[in-house]
Design a protein around this ligand. Structure first.
Ligand code: MCN
Ligand code: CUN
Length: 803
């Protein structure tokens, strides 16, 4: 049902959520959020609950000589002090990471980054636990740290992972994709070759709610219940089962309301394991909540890719080859989250949206003395870095050739007739019409007029030596690969990436959908109800969505990589269609007709061609639970279950245009306008999609202009508060100008593609391209993020202004 761009129109029939399907339905979950009645982990208070706090390393790299806990244990309110030694006795000092490495839960031998977990105190109150941390006496022998990834493989670099037998250096992996030889040949006879080094700095997802857990081990039943901030409850349960040796049916993971995830809540952190052990040791529930600095210093970072890009082209602007070398800083333990076979995630989709003959990338991962657990922050598994790289390279090429960057893109974008498209690094893009999307963005922007305004301003600045702001226009076009993923291609820690769904229909026609994905703000309680309503023709308000509790939902891998709509959304459509088919048989019995002779009209099965003879979903549901005689072999009720294994990923895309003004006196960048045209196939709820895009665009402003997790040469973390690590606010954001095109995914039952990370992936390059474009009269080719006033000012110092 490729309805118009806005689904079935605003708010449809009846009250807002009497709506029977897709469209701008008001978010159901907001009823509690706007009343301040959300229920977050830190709101949970269990009888007898204790509080945990973590002692953390002040050093980036040091040998642990001794940990004296006697004074802390003597504190009247302290119930337990757990150290690495305690955990080693339980065989829990180390835990597996999402990348098949191991990570220290509490340090036993060395500390390997500032903020690493050293001891865990459990006390009657949060304050007592914190106070007792100061009574623990730790003796460290400081070691030289590896702070800059570019020195990690130097001869004589300090060895970080001496816990692994036989390891002699800080190399984690070497990985490549594409055809090196073919790409080499294309570069050898290319007319134009351009190379550029660039850094995608280390940033942080920084959700407003930090990470936390309430662990409750019931010694009588042997059942462990954890309430926790997780984007993937079922995956966490399986990892706990494997780590702790507990059977899965004795573990219940509950994820209540989540105050933003952005990838930060995919992994399992040492504090979670400590709280569980704390509950086992004390026999009481234990709560542990991070504070802001702990969240910024120790949990999943994002990016930290040192990239060298090379692009080969003809003189008249036909791109022929792309080659990339990456040095990936993974921190002290390789805890990045991505499908097992892909140590650099989906970075190798880096040819992006262009028709390129040959491509090759080589990625080397290294350990450094920084926090582990990368890939988080709306990245589509490293596609953020990939999209940034290719979009910068295209602008560099445009500048070299003296071609307009929009023109260069239009000349090289994949054309509609090339889909499904097989990329040089092995991807099959499902659908797209890229030039149409870029032209739509250019129309909204008034691209030609903007270029004319820019030329005029530059001329005036050159003639009159005006000191006014410099205007820049930046484009980025991105393609994502989201909806991981087909079982034959990918798994995480051996777990396949298919999702279950269960749908029950009560006798009165009200429905309950059970899914495994976990909303963190994306509005699943609304959009998944809309999918069921759309398929069964019942009101959205008649569908309840149950999620975030492993005891109540089918298995599935959770919400990240914008996979909820592509995978669980598809599962929901499939299970609803199963219910609809069961309803057809019941309707046949009710109408005394052959089910084959019935046809579906929204909400009703009717005798083909006779709308006066039919049964609504509500009537059918009642009959299915009643005394109506059903044909032999047909079970009563309408309930159904399914497991959806996606045949391919979905490939959403978009064209973004940023207009910036740069003050050459201060280096301050103002984003004057931002045009975003997204294509995520069929939109279930256009309002929620636009909200997702707004959020991601703000992320882009943050990364492009403000954010970096910096470290000094001793490995001290310099961004551990919101005074130093800046979040964009409405003050830094323009009023977003959105457009859309709709190219349905041919393999998704609803034609939908994911969208939750699109704008974060696509927007940084547009802003950086715009700033570099503004600085063009100074001969600037490239500048690394974040383009803070100081960085921009420094880049243009000593350079003459020439048009
Ligand atoms: N949607 C739609 N039509 C489409 C595609 C999506 O109506 N064609 C709706 C979906 O039904 C869902 C929302 O848009 O309600 C996002 O869907 P999807 O693209 O499937 O992404 P996920 O639900 O899997 O969300 C994950 C994604 C990721 S990975 C990060 S990171 C991120 C993001 O979502 N974190 C977020 N957006 C976020 N938004 C909020 N408020 N908070 C976060 O932590
Ligand atoms: Cu990469 S952040 Mo989102 O996939 O949870």
């Amino acid at each position: 049902s490729a309805s118009g761009p806005n689904g079935h129109g605003p708010n449809g029939h009846g009250g807002p959520n009497g709506h029977h399907g897709f469209g701008r339905v008001a978010r159901k979950e907001d009823a509690r959020f706007i009343r301040g009645q959300g229920n977050y982990v830190d709101d949970i208070k269990l009888p007898g609950m204790l509080y945990g706090a973590i002692l953390r390393s002040p050093h980036a790299h040091a040998r642990l000589l001794s940990v004296d806990t006697a004074a802390a244990e003597a504190h009247p309110q302290v119930r337990a002090v757990i150290t690495g030694e305690t955990l080693a006795g339980l065989n829990l000092a180390w835990m597996p990471t999402l990348s098949n490495d191991v990570q220290a839960v509490l340090a036993t031998d060395k500390v390997r980054y500032q903020g690493q977990e050293v001891a865990f105190v459990v006390a009657e109150t949060h304050y007592a636990a914190r106070d007792a941390l100061e009574l623990i006496d730790v003796d460290y022998e400081a070691l030289p740290p590896v702070v800059d990834a570019r020195t990690a493989l130097d001869d004589g670099a300090p060895l970080i992972r001496d816990d692994v037998e036989g390891r002699t250096d800080n190399r984690i992996f070497d990985w490549e994709a594409g055809d090196a030889e073919q790409t080499g040949r294309v570069f050898d006879d290319a007319e134009v070759v351009i190379a550029q080094d660039m850094l995608y700095p280390r940033v942080h997802p920084a959700p407003l709610e930090t990470c936390g857990i309430v662990a409750d081990m019931d010694k009588v039943t042997g059942k462990l219940t954890v309430h926790t901030t997780t984007q993937a409850p079922h995956a966490h349960r399986t990892v706990y089962a494997l780590v702790a040796g507990l059977p899965e049916h004795k573990i219940r993971v509950v994820s209540p309301d989540i105050g933003g995830g952005f990838g930060n809540k995919v992994g399992i952190y040492p504090g979670y394991v400590c709280a569980i052990v704390g509950s086992i040791v004390t026999g009481r529930p234990v709560k542990w909540m991070e504070d802001r600095s702990e969240n910024l210093m120790t949990t999943s970072f994002a990016r930290d890719y040192h990239m060298r890009g090379e692009i080969a082209a003809t003189r008249d602007g036909r791109i022929r080859g792309l080659r990339v070398e990456v040095l990936a800083d993974h921190g002290a333990f390789n805890g990045t989250a991505q499908p097992t076979k892909f140590p650099a995630g989906f970075f190798h989709v880096f040819t992006g949206s262009y028709d390129i003959e040959a491509a090759h990338c080589a990625v080397t991962g290294v350990y450094t003395n920084k926090a582990p657990g990368g890939v988080a922050y709306a990245c589509s598994f490293r596609i953020t870095e990939a999209a940034y790289l290719v979009e910068r390279m295209i602008d560099l090429l445009a500048a070299e050739l003296g071609t307009d960057p929009a023109e260069l893109r239009l000349r090289n974008l994949l054309r509609a007739e090339q889909f499904p498209y097989s990329s040089p690094t092995g991807w099959e893009y499902d659908s797209g019409d890229y030039p149409r999307t870029l032209r739509t963005a250019m129309d909204i922007a008034g691209y030609d007029e903007l270029r004319a305004e820019q030329a005029d301003r530059r001329a005036r600045a050159a003639d009159a030596r005006e000191d006014g702001p410099l205007m820049g226009i930046g484009i980025s076009f991105f393609t994502e690969a989201v909806g991981a993923g087909p079982r034959k291609h990918m798994d995480i820690l051996g777990l396949g990436m298919a999702d279950g769904a269960e749908l029950r229909v009560h006798p009165t026609g009200k429905a309950v959908l059970r899914i495994s994905v976990q909303t963190q703000g994306q509005g699943h309680e609304t959009t998944f109800a809309q999918i069921v309503a759309h398929e069964l023709g019942i009101p959205v308000d008649d569908v309840d969505v149950v999620h975030g509790d492993t005891d109540q939902t089918p298995f599935g891998l959770g919400t990240y990589g914008s996979r909820s709509t592509p995978v669980s959304g598809a599962a929901t459509a499939v299970v609803a269609r199963k219910v609809r088919e069961r309803a057809r048989i019941v309707a046949g019995a009710m109408l005394e007709a052959d089910p084959e002779d019935l046809e579906w009209t929204p909400g009703r099965w009717i005798v083909r061609g006779d709308p006066s003879s039919g049964a609504t979903m509500q009537e059918i549901a009642m009959a299915a639970h009643g005394s109506l005689e059903l044909p032999d072999g047909v079970e009563g009720h309408l309930d159904a279950t399914t497991v959806y294994n996606p045949p391919n990923l979905t490939y959403p895309f978009g064209a973004y245009i940023a207009v910036v003004d740069v003050d050459p006196g201060t280096g301050k960048v103002t984003v004057r306008r931002f045009i975003a045209v997204d294509d995520c196939g069929v939109r279930i709820n256009p309002m929620i999609v636009e909200g997702q895009v707004h959020g991601g665009l703000a992320d882009g402003v943050g990364m492009a202009l403000m954010q970096v997790m910096a470290f000094d040469e001793d490995g001290n973390h310099l961004g551990a508060s919101f005074m130093d690590y800046l979040l964009p606010t409405s003050m830094e954001c323009p009023s977003w100008e959105l457009g859309e095109t709709v190219t349905p995914s041919p393999h998704h039952p609803l034609g939908a593609k994911g969208v939750g990370e699109s704008a974060t992936v696509g927007s940084p390059a547009a802003i950086v391209n715009a700033v570099v474009d503004a600085l063009h009269p100074y001969g600037v080719r490239h500048a690394d993020m974040p383009l803070t006033p100081a960085n921009v000012w420094r880049v243009i110092q000593g350079r003459p202004f020439r048009t």
